[in-house]
Write a new protein. Structure first.
Length: 409
């Protein structure tokens, strides 16, 4: 190491993560995230994915965790094995910032030795503000660009800050590493998998359907107000800014309203439909998380959907939409929050990149099929990998030769 590296050990890796993987992790975060640890921050932890029956979505994280751990051990000259203490997707929206601090400045974080911040989208293109600054040493400022990684010691040698987000959503994959094996994230995750998958079968056609966490984990309020007095449900908000709305049957709405202890956000745990421009998609989703994952899959794969080989004959638009004389007359769209606040938090600039894309109901149907195929194949690989992970008490890439017959999209 040179003099600067010795005094302020840090490493910048450009284009370390492929743009395709950046987009896949963005899909996971925008379809699964919960309210984060500070105002205007949203997070997706691996334990949260497992708890919501979306544990198969940790597969895209596995190789990058392994590569980053190896890179940290090599660069920082570790003569011991490092353990991943935390892995999470974290996004910062308008108004979020953090002042000068080091990652171990709180007593309960003393186990953290090294940090890696992987940028999944780009300053200027996807958000404004959010520059990363080191208090001393070089480089002094990091401009986030998709695919780049910054690694540093989590101590007073690398005190840092992040500028306030002025617009858009700044998305990172953040990992912390520890020398202390008792903080190893892998063993805890494998235990959670063992509990959650104990009664599951990898060939169950609906085993990958997500189960939302309690509604308060998805409720955002700018004023940190108590339960649902102001703000919005983030799953509703994310589909709303993309031009969709959730529709519910009259009887479900009546059931919720009749229970004084419940609020309308409880509807998001129940079956619902997607609507757009007063047209209702003829597909029942089991809950809001199911619908949101399909919508975000559509956003991720929109340029490829025409090429997806759907498992049924091409359907006409009239077949994909509900008749106004049929069940649709008993469905209602219910706003689940503040429209303007949702736009302020999740919208970027004067336009939205997805609303500029020509929408097609047939493509959304292809997204339903594509999302099911993607989820089922990840679920199959998860079941095949789990026995290896249990044996070694470590989550690591399992080769295709070891998992015969499994091919990911």
């Amino acid at each position: 190491m040179g003099e600067t590296e010795e005094h302020h050990p840090r490493l910048i890796l450009h284009d370390f993560i492929s743009l395709d993987l950046c987009k896949e992790l963005e899909f996971i975060h925008k379809s699964c995230s919960a309210v984060g640890y500070r105002p205007n921050v949203f997070s997706t932890t691996l334990s949260h994915l497992i708890a919501t029956n979306s544990g198969h979505l940790i597969l895209p994280f596995v190789s990058i965790r392994e590569r980053l751990k190896e890179k940290a051990e090599e660069f920082f000259g570790c003569e011991y094995e490092l353990f991943v203490e935390f892995t999470g997707l974290i996004s910062w929206t308008k108004g979020a910032s953090i002042g000068w601090h080091s990652d171990d400045n709180r007593s309960y974080l003393k186990q953290r030795d090294f940090a890696a911040v992987c940028y999944l989208n780009s300053h200027g293109k996807d958000f404004k503000g959010g520059l990363f600054h080191f208090q001393d040493g070089e480089p002094a400022t990091i401009v986030p660009m998709a695919g780049d990684v910054v690694m540093y010691t989590a101590d007073s040698r690398n005190i840092h800050s992040v500028d306030e987000i002025a617009d858009g959503e700044r998305l990172t994959l953040t990992l912390w590493f520890s020398r202390d094996s008792s903080y190893d994230e892998d063993a805890k995750l494998i235990s959670l998998f063992s509990q959650s998958l104990s009664n599951s079968q990898d060939d169950d056609p609906v085993s990958y359907l997500p189960f939302p966490a309690p509604s308060n984990m998805y409720w955002f309020s700018a004023e940190q107000a108590p339960s649902h007095q102001s703000g919005f449900d983030i799953s509703w908000a994310r589909v709303h800014i993309l031009g969709y709305s959730f529709c519910f049957s009259d009887d479900k709405i009546c059931d919720i309203k009749s229970e004084s202890s419940c609020d309308l956000s409880e509807l998001l745990m129940k079956p619902l439909w997607l609507a757009r421009d007063n047209e209702i998609f003829n597909k029942e989703f089991v809950n809001s998380l199911h619908a949101l994952q399909v919508v975000q899959f559509y956003c991720w794969k929109v340029s490829e959907l025409h090429a997806i080989n759907v498992r049924a004959e091409v359907r006409s638009v009239t077949q994909l939409l509900m008749s106004h004389t049929g069940r649709s007359c008993r469905l209602k769209s219910i706003p689940l929050g503040d429209h303007e606040l949702a736009k302020k938090v999740f919208h970027f600039g004067s336009t939205n990149e997805y609303t500029e894309i020509s929408f097609d109901w047939t493509d959304l149907y292809s997204a339903v099929v594509g999302w099911e195929t993607y989820s089922h194949q990840l679920r199959k690989k998860l079941f095949a990998s789990l026995s290896y992970w249990k044996t070694h008490q470590s989550i690591f890439p399992v080769s295709s030769q070891e998992i015969e017959g499994t091919t990911l999209l």
